[in-house]
Design a protein around this ligand. Structure first.
Ligand SMILES: [Zn+2]
Length: 67
C-alpha cells in the first residue's frame, strides 16, 4: 500500500508487508525497483516485484529492474 506523509509517500510492500520505504515520488520508487499498480493502491518491493510482474489482474507496472 502507499500512504502519504509529510516527507513524501510511504511504500509498504503488499506481498511481504515487511518492506517499508519512503520515497519522494513514485518515480523514485520505480527507480529502486518497486512495482506500483496502475491504480496506485498496491506496490511491491524489489524482492517481491518479480513474482507479480506477470499478473495481469492488477497490472503492476514495472519500468525496469536494476541489476
Ligand atoms: Zn516485499
Amino acid at each position: 500500500m502507499i500512504n502519504r506523509n509529510e516527507g513524501g509517500r510511504v511504500y509498504v510492500c503488499d506481498d511481504c508487508k515487511t518492506a517499508i520505504k519512503t520515497f519522494v515520488s513514485m518515480r523514485a520508487a520505480r527507480l529502486e525497483g518497486w512495482a506500483i499498480s496502475r491504480d496506485y493502491k498496491r506496490c511491491y518491493c524489489p524482492h517481491c516485484a518479480p513474482g507479480h510482474r506477470h499478473t495481469g489482474k492488477y497490472g503492476p507496472k514495472i519500468i525496469r529492474q536494476e541489476g
